[in-house]
Design a protein around this ligand. Sequence first.
Ligand SMILES: Nc1ncnc2c1ncn2[C@@H]1O[C@H](COP(=O)(O)OP(=O)(O)OP(=O)(O)O)[C@@H](O)[C@H]1O
Ligand SMILES: [Zn+2]
Length: 645
Amino acid sequence: MASEQQLPVVKGARVLMVGAGGIGCELLKTLALSGFEDIHIVDMDTIEVSNLNRQFLFRQHHVGQSKAKVARDAVLKFRPHISITPHHANVKSPEFNVDFFKQFNVVLNGLDNLDARRHVNRLCLAAEVPLVESGTTGFLGQVTVHVKGKTECYECQPKPAPKTYPVCTITSTPSKFVHCIVWAKELLFAKLFGDKNQDNDLNARSSHSDSSTDPIEDIFERRLDEDPEQYGRKIYDHVFGYNIESALANKETWKNRNMPKPIYSRDVLLNSSSQQNGVFNDFRTDSSVVSAMTSLGLKNSQEIWSLVDNTRVFLESLKLFMEKREKDIGNLVFDKDDQLAVEFVTAAANIRASSFGIPPHSLFEAKGIAGNIVHAVATTNAIIAGLIVIEAIKVLQNDARNYRMTYCVEHPLRKMLLMPVEPFERSKSCYVCSETALLLEVNIHKTKLKDFIEKIVKRKLGMNCPMVMQGSTLIYEEGDDLEDDVAGSYALNVEKVFAQLPAPITSGTILMVEDLQQELSCNINVKHRDVFDEEKEHDQMVLTGWTPAPPAEDGVGATNGGEAAADVREPDEVATAPERSAVVVGNKRKLSEISADSSVQRENENDGVSCKEMPAEVVDDGEDDLVMLDDGAWEVGKKPRSSLQ
Ligand SMILES: Nc1ncnc2c1ncn2[C@@H]1O[C@H](COP(=O)(O)OP(=O)(O)OP(=O)(O)O)[C@@H](O)[C@H]1O
Ligand SMILES: [Zn+2]
């Protein structure tokens, strides 16, 4: 319970809590027990069985119900007189606009993704409501305070980017199981089930013909009359057999490496298919979840499958996608909660691993690697929730001198597990809170408006519903209420390259991009450039004027909950990430300054062969701002003042 002196502000405060998951459940309980009486909760999710081990307000019979509502009911049982208002919705929906945010004295985030965090940060800035932000990954966690005019905003600090792997390691010379997972997920799965128009490095290695002019898509394209089983075997033999044989032809590559062995389905399944068909049928169940494991009678996800089992799972899952999930094909992105996708990726990764002499893994392990799952620690969530409430009370008391960013570390540093740091001032280069103009280098004759909107405005700048203006001309906007002719002209615009737009964008043009919901606008100065580095400037566009993220290290980066969901950063961001040193400014330390050396981590095992970097999506979502703490860093300068009495 808050102290007598704190109680009046606590009782009088209206608090918005975003996220009712691992941190959120702890937070709601702690808020209620500390004396808070007016709490709103926004959470878009329903309860899943996998939440029950740590989201203690939920029980088995709540599975499928709204987290926000069930959390409210659970807390009202022991604090019946307080007001808790649940909103089962996405915090990015238009109803949660600046006016909605303005009614709160403080906003507390218990989210698990960068997108939503950035969105809430912008609304808090626009509504001038303080934000207490948080995240956990296993034993690591942090709570940060963001108050407009007093501290940096959530986006002032670059976030760690996911680890990337050189494309040639993934496509040609894997040496670790994670390389096989990235190949299975980012290349093969994406090629078979994702957007066909996307670049995919399997293209370059997919032709049976030696002639480079042959259409390379053919092998993956399923003919109308093609039997799913036959198609599956064709893909299998191509990617595990033919492609490996082709790779072996390049003797230089294998001079200092173990040569992989080609694997063909007929050799693996020799004499076993007719017998196995019977087994498949015996185990088939009516389960609503489409699963190759169920079809094949494989029950234990912790078991390591043999090459024969992996081959069967590969073929069966591919067949099930074609027979039972046909409508999804073409739109799928790997999702760790999609059982069939996990089965396919596990089997494909294991077969590739077998070819390269890498030990296979169980589905449980493969799912963890592919889905960035870091097992959540309930105690970390509880500690972080307590720290959020401590900071929230300081914010409500306007006690700016004592605001602290607190980092929860796994091993004691100077005998401390909680490292409190004074908040930094806002960054002058932050386009979100400092109105900094940005610079976009682009080839105006090659880049289409749609690429700029998707890759720069939405992905890099995190805008949700953007509009783009050139001088006083609106060249693009989004919304359901657009007139048909207006929507039609935007649809034509997006397909045009910059220089061919009705009001051409040329070198020197200043574009204004704006998101009305986020009340965020920024100016982008366009500069034409002819040539881009294929490896480092993959998008053929370079945005500067803000600090790109440093790359993450293994196991780094906090999320709230059991996984670090994927937030793919671009290779160019990673490659241009600045090196930071462990500098201490008074007792204020920037997060990046207490990080381990964040210079670019490349895992290039290709003997100096130049390779593009590939987002691995296996380490961090870049969603939170926790970076690996380096023991030595704390030895430099003064010890941070503690705010935690
Ligand atoms: N845009 C959003 N709007 C509202 N709620 C969100 C949004 N994004 C994430 N959340 C909520 O934030 C919570 C994060 O909690 P947590 O990290 O424990 O994840 P989880 O989904 O419960 O667990 P897991 O990812 O391990 O299955 C979730 O309940 C999720 O619904
Ligand atoms: Zn900022």
